[in-house]
Design a protein around this ligand. Structure first.
Ligand SMILES: Nc1ncnc2c1ncn2[C@@H]1O[C@H](COP(=O)(O)OP(=O)(O)OP(=O)(O)O)[C@@H](O)[C@H]1O
Length: 884
């Protein structure tokens, strides 16, 4: 026994249980086992099954209206199913009189069961189960249809520029006209505004005008037309004079759709105007009586309300959208046997059935995935021609399938329900209808604004997180006066579009350039980071040399004493050798030699030997440091394994502590900053590159050291601040200027880059604002030849930076020290950049040392030991070191 629920009129629609809604399906099933979810309660709307429903209509709306702000046809990418709801009318008097049974059961959950043989709800056979999202039971009110079928949302969409269609389908006498316009004679004495019988059209008009009044930002123009297709002839219901001459349905190339030629359109400024259109149409449409319906519609009618809205968009452009809503009241399919149609009515019935059959074929084809893309026979009837766009075009469609509950109509009811199920599978692509020219303008505007945002973002990246410019000011943008736009002729409009396109192109170019610069910067940063990391590691190694040993100073002093003692000894020997001849006034090399030779005893012989040894012979001088070294290395000072071979007395006595150059930028911090884009966290300054003993003696900065630069942009912000965003022009040229200003890199980075010849390219980039031809990096294609040349250079260190490598001539590693020219004036040589440097000796001046220890450095210019020397050290790993 199936429980029946009754509704109480006057309840709120939500609380009433006369509207059944379900969450799944759209399927036709059979059997009691399909009684899933028979809960007897209804929720409105229920979950969406994706096959079309009021709920999915809501979603379509949400999605489509989501693009309202963007003013484009983004929704075009989205498909939507035709939305289908079922309305069952109550048994009419005739049916009751002849004892017809209610054959439809509504168990809830959007299901409609067709009882195949039962009487009074008795089920002996499995019922046919149809599931829809919304099912209106016989007790449903007219108001419920408006509230719960999704019509309101459809109307909103029409206002927003979509093409919407609501059509009622069903057998004759099933309540299509009742649903759309209400019972017969409702308008005979003029419309009663408060009648509860008013159909969907009347209620929609009221809702529509309410909505239009709420939208203050738009201006609307409404026109309405009303036609009928009677015996395959299109008749204008608002212009009966043309009744004798049917209107033609033609194909519009421009709109890519069918339209009715010369159809009367009445502008409706007021609600009354629309109601008058409805009234006039109802009065003029063809109605006849037959067995099943006393007031049977003999034609299909289409009432169309065109809604043109104008809205002010950005940049003063007026946006025009053309939405429309079609109310289609189809004539009901008839079994002529049942209706007893004859003559004219029979002819009408045949035409109705024929056109409905074509409509059925179209729906069947559209709902079949395999046939959807094939030929759809729209042209076979006027009805399908005019409904083509609603069925498979860019519209949103709601089908209200009206059914009779009577057992006598069971086959028609099943047919209708199958029809409805099939229609749910049809998918359309709703789009907002706009003027093509305005569409282009809006689309370009949208793209320009997107590019502007991207532009600003890229600039922000290049600014290393500083001086974030807001999106380009629109002050500079040309503005279009509303009235002016209206008065624009085509030529001017084309000009306007061209202007937009030009701007669009400019911004695109600039963005491309900025993107290139950003990429290059990131790569350069990575290089610098890696290089710095290596340098830091090397520096740490260097710091482990003897001079960082706290005992080194005392050891050095001891060595100096020993050296001095040796020096004194040597002096004594000299005196000992030279003294007697000097006093005998024979102070020439010959006389000295003769003097000792004449006295041929062993002492004088020794003196002669020492004389010969010392005289013009540098060997003893060389022996001195060797002696010291031997002493220090092997016996007295075990730590001193790495004293330079030419460890002269002067150098020992006068040498200042060696200060390893501290890289201006901590590699890891730079790397982090480049990854995070936050350079603020890097603290310290180049001034902190210290040569103080404390710095020397402490361990070298780790990666987390704060001995790094401050982004100079921080300090120069104030200077730049006067060139605010408002000074940025729209055009590419102006933007480039601003790019120049903001692309400036910190000096320390520039220095680093310059040393590697990256700086040059960076400078070029920043000064040219990323214009072409600025960059010449080793990875640059244009620098291909140089790269090739570099590859031929035998370089010992594989991790060498390309900039260093390109600045050197190859194969110089071990021999260059002898050919290093001494720098005149004591200046410091830098690493020359550019191809010209290849032919010159770009080694820093001064004697070079081969060995494993650091050179002594003039105490007056400790900062001269800078990254350059370390770079060299890194570069060939021969540990050749250069002093200044
Ligand atoms: N839900 C309903 N509640 C009360 N009466 C209804 C309902 N639906 C239809 N009727 C009545 O049933 C009769 C037939 O309805 P209607 O004319 O709307 O059918 P139809 O489907 O339009 O038929 P046709 O295709 O022949 O035009 C009308 O008298 C109408 O008032």
């Amino acid at each position: 026994m199936v429980e029946r629920r009754t509704s109480r009129r006057g309840d709120s629609p939500g609380s009433r249980e006369l509207i059944r809604s379900g969450g799944s399906g759209g399927s036709e099933g059979s059997g009691l086992n399909g009684s899933r979810g028979f809960t007897g309660h209804s929720t409105l709307p229920s979950s969406n099954d994706g096959l079309g429903s009021a709920n999915s209509l809501d979603q379509t709306m949400t999605r489509s209206l989501g693009s309202r702000g963007s003013l484009c046809d983004e929704a075009a990418d989205e498909c939507d199913n035709i939305n289908v709801v079922i309305r069952c009318r109550p048994l009419n008097d005739k049916e009751r009189q002849r004892g017809d049974e209610n054959n439809l059961i509504f168990p809830g959950e959007g299901q409609a069961w067709v009882n195949m043989d039962g009487m009074n709800g008795q089920l002996t056979q499995k019922p046919k189960v149809f599931t829809y999202n919304v099912v209106f039971e016989p007790e449903a009110l007219q108001e419920d249809i408006l509230e719960h079928s999704g019509v309101k949302r459809l109307l909103d969409m029409a206002i927003d520029g979509f093409s919407c269609t609501i059509f009622c389908y069903g057998q004759t006498g099933s309540g299509k006209t009742h649903t759309l316009t209400g019972p017969p004679h409702l308008f005979d004495k003029g419309p009663d505004m408060f009648s509860e019988s008013h159909g969907l059209i009347f209620r929609s008009f009221v809702y529509l005008f309410n909505q239009l009044q709420n939208r203050d930002d738009q201006e609307f123009t409404l026109t309405a037309s009303y036609l009928e297709i009677y015996n395959e002839k299109v008749i204008d219901l608002l212009n009966i004079g043309t009744n004798t001459k049917p209107l033609q349905v033609r194909w519009s190339k421009k709109k890519r759709g069918f339209f009715v030629e010369n159809l009367f359109e009445i502008e409706c400024a007021e609600l009354d105007d629309l109601l008058a259109v409805l009234e006039e149409g109802l009065r003029n449409r063809a109605v006849a009586s037959h067995n099943m319906n006393e007031y049977s519609s003999r034609s299909h009618t289409i009432l169309t309300v065109n809604i043109t809205s104008e809205q002010k968009a950005d940049d003063g452009v007026n946006l025009t959208r053309n939405g429309k809503i079609n109310f289609v009241d189809l004539a009901g399919s008839e079994m002529t046997k049942k209706t007893n149609s004859e003559g004219k009515t029979l002819e009408e019935a045949n035409n109705i059935n024929k056109s409905l059959m074509v409509l059925g074929t179209c729906i069947a084809a559209l709902s079949d995935n395999r046939k959807r893309d094939g030929h759809i026979p729209y042209r076979d009837s006027k009805l399908t021609k005019l409904l083509a766009d609603s069925l498979a075009g860019n519209g949103v469609t709601l089908m209200i399938a009206c059914v009779s509950p009577a057992k006598s109509n069971i086959s028609e009811t099943i047919n209708t329900l199958r029809y409805a199920t099939r229609a749910k599978r049809i998918r359309t692509k709703p789009i907002i209808v706009m003027d093509p020219k305005e569409k282009v303008i809006m689309s370009l505007q949208r793209e320009v604004s997107l590019l502007r945002e991207e532009n600003a973002h890229l600039k922000m990246l290049i600014d290393l997180g500083e001086n974030v410019p807001p999106p380009m000011s629109r002050q500079g943008s040309f503005r279009i006066d509303d009235e002016k736009l209206e008065n624009l002729d085509n030529r001017e409009l084309i000009k306007l579009v061209q202007h937009y396109m030009a701007e669009h192109e400019n911004v695109r170019k600039e963005n491309k350039e900025l993107q290139r610069v950003t990429t290059a910067l990131v790569r350069d940063q990575e290089l610098v980071c890696k290089e710095n990391e290596r340098l830091l590691r090397k520096l740490e190694d260097v710091s482990r040399d003897p001079h960082s040993n706290p005992n080194a100073q005392s050891e050095d002093r001891l060595a100096a004493y020993l050296n001095a003692a040796l020096f004194v000894t040597v002096c004594c020997v000299c005196v000992w050798v030279w003294w007697p001849p000097y006093y005998s006034n024979h102070f020439t090399p010959t006389t000295i030699l003769e003097y000792h030779a004449v006295r041929a005893d062993s002492l004088h012989f020794l003196r002669t030997l020492v004389f010969l040894l010392f005289y013009n012979n540098p060997l003893p001088l060389c022996l001195q440091p060797v002696f010291v070294r031997a002493l220090l290395s092997f016996s007295i000072f075990p730590h001193h394994h790495s004293l330079p071979p030419s460890y002269s007395l002067v150098s020992v006595c006068c040498r200042s502590p060696i200060v390893p150059a501290q890289p201006a930028i901590s590699g890891e911090e730079l790397l982090n900053a480049s990854m995070t884009g936050n350079f603020n966290m890097m603290s310290g300054g180049s001034s902190r590159v210290s040569n103080t003993p404390s710095f020397r003696s402490r361990s070298l900065p780790s990666s987390s050291s704060s001995q790094v630069w401050i982004n100079p942009l921080n300090n120069s912000r104030g200077k730049d601040s006067d060139s605010g965003p408002s000074s940025r022009g729209r055009g590419a040229g102006t933007s480039r200027e601003s790019s120049q200003r903001h692309h400036r890199l910190p000096d320390s980075i520039n220095k680093e880059l310059e040393k590697r010849r990256i700086g040059k390219s960076m400078t070029d980039l920043t000064t040219s604002g990323g214009s072409s031809g600025g960059r010449r990096n080793s990875w640059d294609e244009r620098n291909e030849s140089e790269v090739q040349r570099m590859r031929k250079i035998p370089v010992k260190s594989k991790s060498m930076s390309p900039g260093v490598a390109t600045g050197r001539s190859g194969g110089r590693g071990k021999t260059r020290s002898k050919s290093v020219p001494r720098l005149k004036g004591g200046g410091r040589g830098g690493i020359p950049r550019g191809p010209a440097a290849r032919d010159t000796d770009h080694r820093p001046p001064g004697p070079s040392y081969h060995g494993s220890s650091l050179p002594s450095v003039a105490s007056t210019s400790p900062n001269n030991i800078h990254t350059n020397q370390l770079l060299y050290m890194e570069e060939d790993q021969s540990q050749e070191l250069v002093t200044v």
